[in-house]
Design a protein around this ligand. Structure first.
Ligand code: IMP
Length: 182
């Protein structure tokens, strides 16, 4: 185990099993509909790649990037679109695919913002929910796992751009981010 990691939170095999279930549920719910998966960069990339392959109906995929924590581990509350969609979403069914919901600020902003563009539906699929830290209400339609209020890394989630490539999800040792003054 890497010296910066405290303990394993969700194993790769548990992730794969849950992602397969979520994919089946999504395929059933959107059968016959024009579904666009919107992955939020960069944290959702690995989840999006696995999830999309478990959805056994035709889907389109696009990505957005928004500013979140920057280099810190606490949310500033400011959300800004850094990269917008390339697909137009008018008349389509949009499913936002996100790695984690923490305060809810990012997803709340994204849902509100995409709803103004004329889609039929905007729903949310999240792998991890740090529910104890919620500041604004966000309806999560598909959820992987509820997790405690600890900093998670791996399976796409990073701290300062590292650890995204870990196959399991781990709790980062608090001293890793507190020692850097954040
Ligand atoms: P929210 O706006 O506070 O809900 O934050 C959502 C974003 O914060 C996520 O997309 C992540 O980029 C980041 N984030 C929140 N908690 C964690 C964590 O435990 N590990 C890694 N990134 C996190």
């Amino acid at each position: 185990m890497h010296q910066d990691l405290e303990r394993k939170l969700v194993s790769a095999s548990d992730i794969q099993a849950r992602v397969a279930e979520m994919g089946r549920e999504i395929a059933r719910d959107y059968a016959g509909k024009d579904l666009l998966l919107v992955g939020i960069l960069k944290g959702s990339t690995i989840f999006m790649a696995d999830l999309a392959r478990q959805i056994d109906i035709p889907v389109a995929m696009d990505y957005m990037a928004v500013s979140s924590y920057g280099l810190s581990t606490t949310s500033s509350g400011v959300v800004r679109i850094l990269k917008d969609l390339e697909e137009s979403i008018g008349g389509r069914h949009v499913l936002i695919v996100e790695d984690i919901v923490d305060t809810g600020l990012t997803l709340n902003y994204l849902v509100e913002s995409l709803r103004t563009r004329g889609p039929v539906t905007v729903k949310v699929c999240v792998l991890l929910d740090k529910f104890e830290r919620r500041k604004v209400d966000v309806e999560v339609d598909y959820l992987g796992f509820l997790i405690p209020d600890e900093f998670a890394v791996g399976y796409g989630l990073d701290y300062r751009e590292r650890y995204r490539n870990l196959a399991d999800i781990w709790v980062l040792k608090p001293e890793v981010y507190t020692k850097q003054g954040e």
